[in-house]
Design a protein around this ligand. Structure first.
Ligand code: ADP
Ligand code: MG
Length: 290
C-alpha cells in the first residue's frame, strides 16, 4: 500500500504543477519547520527595470549608462539585464567591451572605451554625499541600487526596480498556516530586503541580506545546526548550492536548470503558493500511508 499512496501523491503533485524528483522526497517534508525564500526571482518576479540614474556633478547620465550598459550586456543577472536594456533604450547602441569579469553576488567589472569600469556593490570607500543619500533612499523604497565606477572613481548610482509577485504575500500566509517560519534570503541590500519582507509579511528578524552566493549555503547550515529542518525555495541564480543543502529544495520552474537539478521538487509555474501546496500534499500523502 505504501508505494501506491506515494504514487498517488506524485500524480496529484503533477496536477498541481509540482514535479517531484522521487517518491522518497515526500518523507523529507515531514519535519520541515522553516522555509527559506530567495528574494530575487522567487518572492519577486526578477524581471527588473531600470529606474533612476544619479551622477556626480561632472558626469553625463548617458555616458554613465553607455559604460554600465556595455558591461552588463555580457551578464545574465537580472540587475544586469535591466541596466543593459535600459541603457540601450535611453542611449542607443552600446560600445564594445574589451575585457569582462563577472563577480558573482557583487557585480561586473571590465574595460570599456579604454576605462576600467565596475558596476554593482564592488566599490569600496565612501560615496559622495549626494550619491550616498540617493542610494539609501532608493533602497529604503525597495529598489536595488548599484554603483558605477570609472577608473576607480564613483561616477554614479543606478537603481532598478523589481516587482513583488502578486501571489507572494498569500504564499507566505499559507506557509505560516502550515506552521512554517518564513525566512527571506538575499544578496541584495538589507533595506531592500526589509522592504520586500514587510510587503509580504516576513518578520524583519527573519531577513538575511547582503549574503554572498557561497554564504547562502552557510545560512541554511546555520539554521540546521539550530535544530531546524529547512526547506528552501529558489530560482537557482546564485542559490543552487543552498537548494541542494536544504533538507527540502524547491526550484522555481521559471528559474535555471541548475535550480531544478539541485532540488527535490519543482514548482512548474513559478508560483510561490504552490510551495505551500507541495508541503500540504506531501504531509497528506504521508499520513495516508501511516
Ligand atoms: P539575490 O540574492 O537577490 O538573487 P545576488 O546574490 O545575485 O542577489 O546579488 C546580490 C547583489 O549584488 C545585487 O543586489 C546587486 O547589488 C549586486 N549584483 C550582482 N550581480 C550584479 C550585476 N551583474 N550587476 C550589478 N550588480 C550586481
Ligand atoms: Mg535569486
Amino acid at each position: 500500500a505504501t508505494p501506491t499512496a506515494l504514487m498517488v501523491g506524485t500524480g496529484r503533485g503533477a496536477q498541481l504543477g509540482i514535479l517531484i524528483k522521487g517518491p522518497e522526497v515526500l518523507e523529507s517534508t515531514r519535519r520541515v519547520d522553516t522555509v527559506v525564500l530567495d528574494k530575487t526571482g522567487t518572492v519577486t518576479t526578477g524581471r527588473m527595470t531600470l529606474r533612476e540614474v544619479y551622477v556626480v556633478a561632472d558626469t553625463d547620465e548617458k555616458e554613465l549608462l553607455r559604460l554600465a550598459g556595455a558591461l552588463e550586456h555580457a551578464s545574465e543577472h537580472p540587475v544586469a539585464r535591466a541596466i543593459a536594456a535600459g541603457a540601450q533604450e535611453r542611449t542607443g547602441a552600446l560600445p564594445p567591451v574589451e575585457h569582462f569579469e563577472n563577480v558573482p553576488g557583487l557585480g561586473v567589472r571590465g574595460r570599456v572605451e579604454g576605462h576600467d569600469v565596475q558596476v554593482g556593490r564592488l566599490h569600496e570607500g565612501e560615496l559622495p554625499e549626494a550619491l550616498a543619500r540617493a542610494k539609501a533612499e532608493a533602497q529604503t523604497e525597495g529598489r536595488t541600487a548599484v554603483v558605477v565606477t570609472r577608473d576607480g572613481v564613483a561616477l554614479g548610482v543606478v537603481t532598478v526596480a523589481d516587482a513583488i509577485k502578486e501571489t507572494s504575500a498569500e504564499a507566505v500566509r499559507a506557509l505560516r498556516g502550515l506552521g512554517l517560519t518564513p525566512v527571506l534570503l538575499t544578496g541584495d541590500n538589507r533595506a531592500v530586503a526589509r522592504s520586500v519582507a514587510r510587503a509580504v509579511g516576513i518578520d524583519p528578524g527573519d531577513v538575511v541580506a547582503e549574503v554572498l552566493p557561497e554564504e547562502k549555503v552557510a545560512v541554511v547550515k546555520r539554521l540546521q545546526s539550530e535544530g531546524r529542518t529547512v526547506a528552501m525555495v529558489g530560482d537557482g541564480v546564485n542559490d543552487a548550492a543552498a537548494l541542494a543543502t536544504a533538507d527540502l529544495g524547491l526550484a522555481m520552474g521559471t528559474g535555471t536548470d541548475a535550480a531544478i537539478e539541485a532540488s527535490d521538487l519543482t514548482l512548474v509555474r513559478g508560483d510561490l503558493r504552490v510551495a505551500a501546496d507541495a508541503i500540504r500534499l506531501s504531509r497528506k500523502t504521508l499520513s495516508a500511508i501511516k
